[in-house]
Design a binder for this molecule. Structure first.
Ligand code: BGP
Length: 515
C-alpha cells in the first residue's frame, strides 16, 4: 500500500502576531504589527500614527501598498480602531486546548514563532534582561507539545521586528541589529536546548523587497527619498543594507546554533510560490523575464542561505539601483561556511509571467496573468489560483538546486465559512485542496525529492496577515471570532479536521490508495 515515507512530519504552522495575542502580558514589548488595523481586500490595513502637532495619519501598510510616512510620525493607538494582533485568537490562554486538538489530529510537528519582544521588550539592547515570563510561556508551550510527542519547530522571527528597533535603529538596514538579534537568539537557543531541535531563522525573508517593513523590519518611518518608488517609504540602499545584514545574521545564527547544540537543525524559510512562475508563452523574453522574477524573488536570498554564495547577477542589479553593497572577505567566508541544514518554504499558488503585464504581489506570492490551464480558483474575494502540480514542480526545482532536505511549512486555503443550522462546518474545498497538494508531494517524493514533512498553514483559524481579517479562515478548527474582534473564542471542528486526522493516521494511505 502506498504511503508517505516513515517519519514524515505531519502538522501545522502559525505565527505569533496572527495567533498568540497577549500583546500586553508578561512585559511583552511592542511589535510593528501592534499598530496595524484590520482591513480587507477593498480597504487595506493601515498603521495609526501621530504627528508632532497631534494630528493623526493612517498610512496604508506594507503588504499590498505602503504610503510614505513622514519622519516625525510616531505610532499611536486609537480607541476607535481595531488591532487584530492584540488578542488574535488568544493562543496565549488557549495553548493547552489547541495543542490537545492538534495532538488528537495526530500532529507530529507544530510550527510556531517566538515573539521576539516577548523575550526582549526592546529587542535585546546591551544590558537588557530577558523577560522570564515570556521565556516561561514558551517553556510551557514546548512542554505541552512534547507531552503529546509533537516536535516543536520554531520560527525565530515571523514577519516582525520589535518596534523599538524599527523606530530607533531603522530596522535591519542598521548593522547594529545583528548584535541585538544574536543576544535574543542566544537566549532562546540556550534556554530551549533539549526541548526544541528544529529552528527557522526569518519567515519568508525573500519578500524583503516587496514588503520591507514586514519581512525585514526595515525602517518605514522616515522621509521618502524617492516618492516614485512604489514601496515609497524606504530607499533601495536601506533595503540592500538590510539584505546584507540579514545574510550575515543568518550565517551567524547557524554558526551559533551549531555551537550551542549538535542536535540543532537550523533552516531558512522562503516564500516559494515564485518558483512556480511560468512564462505566459514561449516568447523568449517572457522566458528570460520569468528567470529574472525567480531570481529576484527567491534565489537571490535562498542561494546565499543554502549554497553560501551571493549571486553574481546582483552586481548588475546594484549598479542599476545605484546602491553600494560590499561584503567583506570575512563575511563571504562566514556565509560560505554556515549554510542552513534544511530549506523550508511556503507554497500557496503559481502564476504566469507576461512582460506586458505588471507583476503584483501579496502574501500568497506573485501574480501576473491568470493561467488558462488551471481548473480551480479559491473562492472570492481572495481568489488565489490553485495549482497543486506547481507544488511538485517547486519541490523538484528546489531539491535539484540545493540538495537539502525540504520541509513544506505553509500551504493552505483561506475560506469565508459559517456554521450551518446543524452546528457543522463543511469545508469541502479545503479537503479537496489539501488532498490534491499532498498527492503532488507524494509524486515529488517519488521523483526523488527528500521532502521531510507537510505543515498546513493556520490549523486553527488565525487572523489573515495580508488583510487583517478573521473572515479569511484557514483552519481545520473554527474559532468564534470575527473581523471586528467580537466572539467567544470557542473552538469548533470542521469537516477537514476529521479528514486530515485520517490522512495522518494512515500516513497518507487513504489518499494514495487509488493512485
Ligand atoms: C504567508 C505568511 C503567513 C500567512 C500566509 C497566508 O505569507 O507567512 O503569515 O499569513 O502567508 O497569507 P494571508 O494571511 O494573507 O492569507
Amino acid at each position: 500500500m502506498k504511503q508517505l515515507p516513515e517519519g514524515f512530519l505531519w502538522g501545522g504552522a502559525t505565527a505569533d502576531f496572527q495567533y498568540e495575542g497577549g500583546f500586553n502580558e508578561g512585559g511583552r514589548g511592542l511589535l510593528s504589527h501592534d499598530f496595524e488595523t484590520d482591513g480587507s481586500m477593498e480597504n487595506p490595513r493601515h498603521h495609526t500614527m501621530e504627528m508632532n502637532d497631534g494630528s493623526i495619519i493612517k498610512p496604508r501598510s506594507s503588504f499590498f501598498y505602503a504610503d510614505p510616512v513622514p519622519q516625525e510620525a510616531k505610532p499611536v493607538f486609537l480607541d476607535d480602531e481595531y488591532y487584530p494582533s492584540h488578542q488574535a485568537v488568544d493562543f496565549y490562554h488557549h495553548y493547552k486546548e489547541d495543542i490537545a486538538l492538534m495532538a488528537e489530529m495526530g500532529f507530529k510537528c507544530f510550527r510556531l514563532s517566538i515573539a521576539w519582544s516577548r523575550i526582549f521588550a526592546n529587542g535585546g539592547m546591551e544590558g537588557e534582561q530577558p523577560l522570564e515570563e515570556g521565556l516561561k510561556f514558551y517553556d510551557n508551550v514546548f512542554d505541552e507539545c512534547l507531552k503529546y510527542g509533537i516536535e516543536p519547530l520554531v520560527t525565530l522571527s515571523h514577519y516582525e521586528t520589535p518596534l523599538h528597533l524599527i523606530t530607533e535603529y531603522g530596522g535591519w538596514s542598521n548593522p547594529q541589529l545583528i548584535d541585538f538579534w544574536l543576544r535574543y537568539v542566544k537566549t532562546v537557543f540556550t534556554r530551549y536546548k533539549g526541548k526544541v531541535k528544529f529552528w527557522l531563522t526569518f519567515n519568508e525573508v525573500n519578500a524583503l523587497f516587496r514588503m520591507p517593513l514586514v519581512a525585514g523590519g526595515v525602517l518605514t518611518i522616515k522621509d521618502p527619498k524617492d516618492p516614485s518608488d512604489p514601496i515609497g517609504s524606504t530607499t533601495k540602499q536601506d533595503q540592500w543594507d538590510a539584505y546584507h545584514n540579514i545574510l550575515v545574521a543568518n550565517a551567524k545564527t547557524v554558526q551559533l546554533g551549531h555551537e550551542i547544540s549538535e542536535d540543532y537543525q537550523i533552516g531558512c524559510m522562503m516564500t516559494a510560490s515564485s518558483v512556480a512562475t511560468y512564462p505566459y508563452n514561449c516568447d523568449p523574453l517572457n522566458v528570460v523575464g520569468t528567470l529574472d522574477a525567480q531570481r529576484m524573488n527567491i534565489f537571490f536570498m535562498a542561494d546565499p542561505f543554502c549554497l553560501g554564495i551571493v549571486p553574481t547577477y546582483l552586481k548588475k542589479v546594484w549598479k542599476e539601483d545605484q546602491v553600494n553593497v560590499e561584503f567583506s572577505d570575512e563575511e563571504l567566508k562566514l556565509i560560505k561556511e554556515n549554510t542552513v541544514d534544511f530549506l523550508s518554504f511556503s507554497y500557496y499558488r503559481s502564476t504566469t509571467f507576461d512582460r506586458d503585464v505588471n507583476l503584483k504581489v501579496d502574501t500568497g506570492g506573485l501574480t501576473c496573468r491568470d493561467n488558462p490551464y488551471l481548473k480551480d480558483k479559491a473562492p472570492q474575494p481572495w481568489g488565489w489560483a490553485v495549482d497543486p502540480v506547481g507544488l511538485r514542480y517547486t519541490l523538484n526545482v528546489l531539491y535539484d538546486r540545493y540538495h537539502l532536505p525540504l520541509l513544506i511549512v505553509e500551504n493552505g486555503v483561506g475560506l469565508d465559512e459559517n456554521i450551518d443550522e446543524k452546528g457543522e462546518i463543511h469545508d469541502d474545498f479545503r479537503v479537496h485542496y489539501i488532498e490534491e497538494h499532498l498527492k503532488n508531494v507524494n509524486d515529488a517524493i517519488e521523483d526523488g525529492v527528500d521532502c521531510r514533512g507537510y505543515l498546513y498553514w493556520g490549523p486553527i483559524d488565525v487572523v489573515s496577515a495580508g488583510t487583517g481579517e478573521m473572515k479569511k479562515r484557514y483552519g481545520f478548527v473554527y474559532v468564534d471570532r470575527f473581523n471586528d474582534g467580537h466572539g467567544t473564542l470557542e473552538r469548533k471542528l470542521k469537516d477537514s479536521y476529521y479528514r486530515y486526522k485520517e490522512i495522518i493516521e494512515s500516513n497518507g494511505e487513504v489518499l494514495l490508495e487509488d493512485e
